[in-house]
Design a protein around this ligand. Structure first.
Ligand code: HEM
Length: 147
């Protein structure tokens, strides 16, 4: 069977309703631009500043997640990248899964994975306790000494 693909600039004839595919397309571009800043900022701060990768341990992570700036940074990175990745996977499923039922199952699996990871990730970033009671002092971030 042959399919004829319309010329790229052919206007789409749609009359009413929100064009979700268009907004999804715009989201991929807009989130991509913000993700460049968030991801490369994240890599630079974690791997290159100061002692770089050698400084990463529980205390490093605990220290970052007790700072609202990094909570917002990491929370934004989590939400933007997960929704971006999931929407991209949805496109790939639509392109390659030819069976309607299989397509539905795969897209529901993506949606469930995104919801679970967003809920768990947001909880971790916003409720992380860097100074759990009863932990050895040498494993805790320096901020715990002031508590
Ligand atoms: C540096 C940050 C990123 C930029 C600038 C970026 C940019 C883009 C753009 C513009 C598209 C649309 C491509 C198209 O429509 O042809 C896209 C697709 C996609 N992105 Fe990203 N992205 C980034 C990070 C990520 C991350 C972190 C993930 C995974 C969580 C991801 C997963 C995907 C997937 C699965 C697709 C769909 C690929 C396809 O349609 O074949 N991207 N990305």
């Amino acid at each position: 069977m042959t399919h004829t693909i319309a010329a790229p600039r052919t206007p789409v004839t749609r009359s009413k309703g929100t064009n979700w595919e268009k907004w999804g397309w715009i989201y991929m571009r807009a989130s991509g631009v913000v993700l460049v800043v968030l991801i490369f900022g994240h890599l630079f701060v974690n791997l290159m500043v100061g002692k770089g990768v050698h400084a990463i341990d529980f205390a490093f992570v605990g220290g970052k997640w007790s700072d609202p700036f990094w909570q917002v940074w990491d929370g934004l990175m989590l939400w933007l990248a997960l929704i971006h990745g999931a929407n991209g996977m949805r496109t790939i499923v639509n392109d390659y899964a030819h069976n309607r039922t299989l397509r539905g199952i795969l897209k529901i699996a993506i949606l469930v994975a995104v919801i679970v990871l967003l809920v768990l990730g947001t909880l971790v970033v916003t409720t992380f306790d860097p100074c759990p009671a009863g932990s050895p002092a040498d494993l805790l971030p320096s901020i715990c000494k002031d508590l």
